[in-house]
Design a protein around this ligand. Sequence first.
Ligand code: AIR
Ligand code: ASP
Length: 322
Amino acid sequence: MPSALPPNPDLRRLRDLARALQRNCRSGEPSSQRRLLSVFPDADPATVALSKTLAVVAREHGYASWPKLKAEVEARRASQADDRARRRTIYEGKAKILYEGPEPGTLIQHFKDDTTAFDAEKRAVLEGKGVINSRISEFVMRRLNAVGVQNHFIERLSPTEQLIREVEIIPLEVVCRNIAAGSLSQRFGLPEGQPLPRALIEFYLKDDRLHDPMVAEEHIAAFDWASPQEIADIRAVTLKVNDELRGVFGAVGITLVDFKLEFGRVREGDVSRIILADEISPDSCRLWDSASRKKLDKDRFRRDLGDVVESYTEVARRLGVM
Ligand code: AIR
Ligand code: ASP
């Protein structure tokens, strides 16, 4: 039975399947040899060439030959690229672009390789960062969804693009901290690395021109950036995210020092509720190797510590997503 190609077929992965099939045929694995012989009855599994197992993989997906399958995958990719080129940009941020989505109520979130710090005073393009952050964020969002933290992630469309739910972004950056670092250390003179008595939640206004000033709940309510109920919900969700992510990262030897979340409203009829939006990645979290305390996050870029993409990759690798 041919199995259909996935919506976003990846030629590399298909080639890997053919390589594995070749290896398994050569090492005498019976079910692999059967797959080969059902397409090429005269083949010798012990010496089979990759060109033959590529053809088997193509046949198993309903294509007459590998070149035909390859042409189809490339044509799909080109038409998706066309679709994207035609898509309206809804919002372009420093590290991401939001495009209109295929259906109302959806958007496409593209992760750029661009990185900035200090309100975009410092910039760089870090090749490969977009792919890694997209993967890490997907993993974290799926995980959070599984424990009841609703968020905007719907599905992966390509290595740097996600289909997401459209939300009305609440103009706040919600920071949660377990250990003193960054602006908290500066503001209160706390040594970096000092554990905090309990998780702290802080709110910042999302406005680069004003350098994302810290705000009190009083300001949020008075200026109607979010309702008191929304703030209560945001606090509860943020603490839940903190508990879950400390566990997720802790299990792979990474300490979650602090992180930033963004939330958005979704409306269903007359009621609106808040869901988690944006991304959760080494761009938005401080992550330290638990043993060596090596920084594995954006502080490597902010402080010119080098190995930025390598460190992000290390996080992805430990989470098992790369
Ligand atoms: N953050 C805040 N604004 C943008 C980002 N990414 C994140 C930082 C850090 C946490 O929020 O990456 O994980 C606290 O940042 P700071 O600078 O206030 O100490
Ligand atoms: N505020 C973000 C950071 O420093 C990005 C920026 O300021 O450009 O992480």
